[in-house]
Write a protein that binds this ligand. Structure first.
Ligand code: FES
Ligand code: FE2
Length: 346
């Protein structure tokens, strides 16, 4: 497995529920592979490899149909139809009446999906999922209030490291509403391992970050990272909560799809929803831009990264977690991290 090969046996964000309409299909390149995401009229989502086994036409350019009461995808070229539920071929219209051939011996790969809270997760790997789909800790009623998606050029690991790296925030994310101009201070944070990653324990957000003042009521923040590439920032006060979710999915080779989705149940935030959306857009565009700049060099040759100081520890943790996951077949997955406290200046 090469260094930037996406980890298998895990779940990645495939799409927002709102992107996949009932009775419609969407073509998306994930893990370098064409995939058709669709939704039946009964609102069940499905994902199949978007390559017809006959002569490689994209199934997503065809149409949804019903065969024996089941939804199938009909190829646009010769109308072979593949069942949404398992990817098996259910019809080859050109077979003549005496050709005793069984189309169901042909199939296109079907991917396991999980839909919850307005998000569609896809399992990457062959065989049955090894892990449960991500539980983001929200009750069923929470739906995305803002969503930003950026396709950024660059190696997947660099993108993920940007997600856990605390030291880039004051340089890359220079918004007036964030902390522009505030002096740097030492910051200490406590971390604990979690089943698939680590979390920065709940703490009062830094007083030099203006946005938190808006929320009121002594909020706390807890930031969690989970393999393969999921960051969850939970902000809570005594009654209400906000979840900022960032998920990265390998798309075309050397392209990463970065999604940032915000959930909240603060009615007051509904009033500034467009503002929240544009803040999130700015944030993500900044992360995407620095990744693309790095990529201008990385794509031209090997670079051996340096990890220097405690602020670079989370990057090393990610790489250790990843290695432990890749080696799980020998001895099962054991999180190699221990509780720690990190100090850096920000
Ligand atoms: S290419 Fe799909 S049916 Fe022929
Ligand atoms: Fe960032």
């Amino acid at each position: 497995m090469s260094a930037n090969e996406p980890l298998d046996g895990l779940w990645y964000l495939a799409a927002l529920s709102a992107e996949v309409k009932p009775g419609a299909m969407l073509r998306r390149i994930l893990f370098g592979d064409p995939i058709v995401l669709g939704r039946t009229k009964a609102s069940v989502v499905f994902a199949l490899r978007d390559v017809c086994p006959h002569r490689a036409a994209p199934l997503s350019a065809g149409r949804l149909c019903e065969i024996a009461g089941e939804t199938a995808v009909e190829c646009p070229y010769h109308a072979w139809a593949f069942r949404a539920s398992d990817g098996k071929c259910a019809a080859v219209p050109a077979l003549h009446s005496e050709e005793a051939r069984d189309p169901s011996t042909i199939s296109t790969k079907r991917f396991a999906l999980h839909e919850a809270n307005g998000l569609i997760w896809i399992h990457h790997g062959d065989g049955a999922p090894e892990t449960a789909p991500p539980d983001i800790g929200l009750s069923e009623g929470f739906r995305p209030k803002s969503a930003t998606i950026v396709d950024a050029a660059g190696p997947f690991d660099e993108a993920v490291i940007g997600l856990v790296d605390p030291a880039h925030t004051p340089t890359v994310h220079k918004q007036w509403w964030w902390r522009e101009g505030a002096a740097r201070r030492d910051k200490v944070k406590s971390y604990e391992p979690t089943p698939l990653g680590f979390k920065m324990l709940a703490h009062r957000p830094s007083t030099n970050t203006r946005i938190y003042k808006f929320i009121g009521g002594a909020p706390t923040t807890e930031i969690e990272f989970r393999l393969p590439a999921l960051r969850l920032e939970h902000i809570r006060n005594d009654r209400r909560r906000i979840l900022g979710l960032t998920a990265m999915t390998p798309a075309e080779p050397q392209m990463t799809r970065i999604a940032h989705v915000i959930f909240w149940d603060f009615a007051v935030l509904d009033l500034i929803r467009p503002v929240a959306q544009s803040m999130a857009d700015d944030f993500l565009a900044q992360d995407g831009a620095i990744l693309s700049l790095q990529n201008e060099n990385l794509k031209r040759g090997e670079h051996r990264p340096l990890y220097f100081g405690e602020a670079d520890e989370p990057a090393k943790w990610y790489l250790r977690l990843k290695r432990a996951w890749q080696e799980r077949r020998e001895s099962g997955f054991k999180n190699p991290l221990a509780p720690a406290s990190l100090r850096w200046r920000t």
